[in-house]
Design a protein around this ligand. Structure first.
Ligand code: ADP
Ligand code: MG
Length: 349
C-alpha cells in the first residue's frame, strides 16, 4: 500500500489517478472476460467515456443510487464496506431488471482527502466491481459533505426485462433468500429493541448486501416482474402491483427469515420481514407453470427461492395487498397498512 507523506498536497486528480483509474491494469488483471473489456472503448481520463452498443437486440439498462452520510450510512462505517455497498445497491437494481452489469460511473464528494480511507473505500469498490465484471467508466470528484452517487449500466433483451408492470393475475410471488435481518440489526443499533441473541453475525446483511445478479439473469424468460427489496418487502411489492394494476395475497408467516428472527416475537418478526428494508433480495412474480424450472434454478444457484403469495385481480373496492396468517386467517386491514409503510426519505426526516 502506498503511503502519502503529505496528504495536503494530494489533489483531485491524484485521487482519481491513485484510487479510481485502473486502466494500467490489463483485462486479465481485472478479471474481466475479454468480450466485456471491449464494451468500454474509452474509460477514465477524457471528457466522456465511450461505450460499445449492447449485443444485437439488447438494450442498455441504466440505474442510479446515491448514498449520503448520516442518512444511508453512519460516519464511522468501515470504508471497505461502504465501497462495497454503494456499488452493491446499484447492481441490485440491475439484477431486479434481469440485466447483466457492464460498467458504472462514480461521483463522490469528500470532506477531505484521507488516503487510508480512500485506499480502503476503493478496495471495497473494486472488489465487488471485479466480481461482477463491471468496469469503472468515469465520474466526478469534488469537495463537500461525504456523499457517493453511482450510475450503473447493464444489458438486457427488452422483452425479457423484469419490469414492474409485467405481473399477471395468477402469477406466484417469490422471494429469494430471506429478509428481515438488516432491519433487526438496524433496530438494535438504534436502540429500538434489545437482543439477547447473537445478532452481530447478521451485521453483514446490513453492511455488505449481495446483489442477486445471477438470479436476475436466471429469471430471464421465467419471471414476469421483479423488484429488489430495499425499502421494505410489502412496500416494494406494492410498486409492482400498482405498475401492473393487480393485487396480491401474501402469506405473512411464510416469508422466509433467519433462525434468529424465528425466535423473536411474531410482531417483531413480521415488522422486520414485511416492513424492514436493506435486504436486497429479489421479490418476483412468475407464472405457475414455471415452478419446476424455478426450483431447478434455486438448486443451481444454491439460493433458496420461496413462494410467498399470489397475484390476484384488484378492484378499487379491495385492498391492494391482503395478508394471511398461518391459520389461513386474513389479518385486519390496519395491520396490513402498518407493514405496508416502507421507508420514505421525505416522511422520515
Ligand atoms: P471534466 O472536468 O471534463 O468533467 P474531470 O476533471 O471531472 O473532467 O474528470 C477527469 C476524468 O476523471 C474524467 O474522465 C472523469 O470521468 C474521471 N473521474 C473523475 N472523478 C472520478 C471518479 N470519482 N471515479 C472515476 N473517474 C473519475
Ligand atoms: Mg467533472
Amino acid at each position: 500500500m502506498t503511503t502519502f507523506k503529505d496528504a495536503d498536497a494530494f489533489g483531485e486528480f491524484d485521487v482519481i489517478r491513485r484510487f479510481f483509474h485502473r486502466q494500467h491494469f490489463t483485462p486479465s488483471d481485472l478479471n474481466l472476460a475479454p468480450a466485456h473489456a471491449q464494451d468500454v472503448l474509452l474509460g477514465i481520463g477524457d471528457d466522456c467515456a465511450l461505450l460499445s452498443p449492447p449485443p444485437s437486440g439488447e438494450v442498455f439498462a441504466i440505474t442510479s443510487d446515491m448514498l449520503i452520510e448520516g442518512r444511508h450510512f453512519l460516519k464511522d462505517v468501515s470504508p471497505t464496506l461502504l465501497g462495497h455497498k454503494c456499488l452493491a445497491v446499484n447492481l441490485s437494481d440491475l439484477a431486479a431488471m434481469g440485466a447483466k452489469p457492464v460498467a458504472y460511473n462514480l461521483s463522490i464528494a469528500l470532506p477531505e482527502i484521507h488516503p487510508t480511507w480512500l485506499e480502503q473505500f476503493s478496495n471495497g469498490l473494486h472488489a465487488i466491481a471485479d466480481h461482477y465484471h463491471c468496469q469503472l467508466l468515469g465520474g466526478d470528484t469534488t469537495a463537500g459533505p461525504l456523499s457517493i452517487s453511482i450510475t450503473a449500466i447493464g444489458h438486457v433483451l427488452p422483452q425479457q426485462a423484469l419490469s414492474r408492470n409485467r405481473a399477471q393475475v395468477g402469477d406466484d410471488i417469490w422471494l429469494s433468500g430471506d429478509v428481515g435481518d438488516a432491519r433487526l440489526v438496524l433496530g438494535f443499533r438504534r436502540g429500538e429493541w434489545q437482543l439477547d441473541i447473537p445478532w452481530q453475525e447478521k451485521s453483514a446483511r446490513m453492511d455488505a448486501p449481495i446483489p442477486r445478479i445471477e438470479l436476475g439473469l436466471g429469471l430471464r424468460g421465467l419471471a414476469h416482474a421483479a423488484i429488489d427489496v430495499s425499502d421494505g418487502l410489502l412496500g416494494d411489492l406494492k410498486h409492482i402491483l400498482e405498475a401492473s394494476k393487480v393485487g396480491a395475497k401474501v402469506w405473512a408467516d411464510d416469508v422466509p427469515c433467519s433462525d434468529l428472527l424465528k425466535n423473536v416475537s411474531t410482531e417483531l418478526r413480521r415488522l422486520c420481514t414485511l416492513r424492514g428494508g436493506d435486504d436486497y433480495e429479489l421479490c418476483f412474480t412468475a407464472p405457475q407453470k414455471n415452478r419446476a424450472l424455478i426450483k431447478t434454478l434455486s438448486e443451481n444457484l444454491h439460493l433458496p427461492l420461496t413462494r410467498i403469495g399470489e397475484i390476484v385481480a384488484h378492484s378499487e373496492h379491495s385492498p391492494i395487498i391482503e395478508l394471511w396468517d398461518h391459520d389461513h386467517n386474513q389479518l385486519p386491514e390496519e395491520i396490513t397498512q402498518h407493514y405496508l409503510k416502507s421507508f420514505d426519505h421525505f416522511q422520515s426526516l
